[in-house]
Design a protein around this ligand. Structure first.
Ligand code: SF4
Length: 336
């Protein structure tokens, strides 16, 4: 690892000033430090955010929740408001990483973690447009079993690794950002970037932007939601496919639906057509099968990941069936 300067920020303004002067933000460090050890990231200076005190979770006047960026994944998943009003978010977080990592990882940092494409993670592979723009994409015709089936380009076929972000997608979260000239908010659907011709760009943040929190509007899905994660092993693995599903069911009719997939694109992949197909239907296997067929219509698998199309279809059906079960009848959530 290269040597670097290390300082603590004592205010948000202090942190942004340091970033403007060239420092890289450090929160929980569960991804950045790994990337520094392998040489993928080589910052000359780190500005530590952990003394900023951005660690509260509060109700908003709009009857939603505001989660400050420094809240750990553990604290967020176990918070009473999240477990009762947004259980899909709790499920998603608890299905990711390990207890130790969740104790360190932060809400803001979770959104900013980089892809786990093996060619990106290992600088010994020279062809990676995300790590080294213009160098090519080793995964395009190489090992691509874990890669994207939606929204990829010839430049990059990587997927985003976050479970939390997939749940945030169906909850219509809003990311609040502080920048040198003020503050703005970014709907989660506009936060992540598809690779296109610029795969090195993961999101729509501008240089020196600092995520200060995430706002959740009131959820219609507190009684009917599920996060299903399918992976090669039961724990401590990234999703081959995941599905966040939320339903509102009134008098045995679906009146609202939200679906997003993880492990299939560089962004949480929202399934709008499948959602629309469910409205006005009874929560039956026929309706769920039809939605799942629609969900996979635009899939474009690579040489080694055609299995994700079938896996995705079955996962959507299963997530919907589990979401349709009344919460009181559901188990407490997936094992960590
Ligand atoms: Fe790099 Fe993206 Fe290709 Fe992976 S898929 S090698 S991250 S350019």
């Amino acid at each position: 690892m290269k040597t670097f300067d290390f300082t603590h920020a004592t205010s948000v303004e202090d942190a942004i000033d340091a970033a403007t002067a060239g420092a890289t933000y450090l929160a929980g460090g569960t991804n950045l430090i790994d990337l520094m050890k392998s040489g993928v990231e080589q910052p000359s200076a780190l500005i530590d955010l952990r003394r900023l005190g951005l660690t509260s979770i509060t109700s908003t006047p709009a009857r939603g929740v505001f989660i400050e960026a420094g809240v750990t994944n553990t604290a967020l998943a176990n918070h009473r408001l999240i477990r009762t009003q947004y259980p899909v978010l709790s499920h998603a977080i608890l299905s990711g990483a390990t207890t130790q990592l969740r104790n360190m990882a932060t809400t803001g940092g979770n959104l900013l973690q980089r892809t786990r494409c093996p060619y990106f993670m290992q600088p010994a592979f020279s062809a990676c447009n995300k790590r080294n723009p213009g160098s090519g994409c080793a995964a395009l015709h190489g090992f691509n079993r874990e890669h994207a089936i939606f929204g990829a380009s010839e430049e990059c076929v990587a997927v985003h690794p976050s479970d939390m972000a997939v749940a945030l997608a169906i909850l219509n979260a809003v990311v609040h950002v502080q920048h040198p000239d003020g503050r703005r908010s970014i709907p989660i659907g506009q936060f992540f970037a598809l690779p296109g011709q610029t795969p090195a760009v993961d999101n729509t943040l501008q240089p020196h932007d600092l995520i200060v929190g995430i706002e959740l509007p009131p959820s219609k899905f507190f009684n009917h939601s599920w996060y299903l994660k399918v992976r090669d092993r039961h724990s401590y693995a990234f999703a081959l496919v995941s599905v966040a599903a939320g339903l509102q069911i009134d008098d045995d009719v679906i009146t609202a639906a939200a679906l997003a997939m993880g492990g299939v694109a560089a962004t949480p992949w929202r399934l709008h057509d499948a959602e629309a197909s469910l409205i006005g239907k009874r929560p039956t296997a026929v309706a769920f099968d039809a939605a799942a067929q629609l969900a996979m219509t635009d899939a474009r698998p690579l040489a080694q990941n055609g299995f994700k199309v079938d896996l995705g279809r079955h996962s959507v059906v299963r997530a919907l069936r589990l979401a349709a079960v009344d919460r009181d009848a559901q188990v407490a959530g997936p094992p960590s």
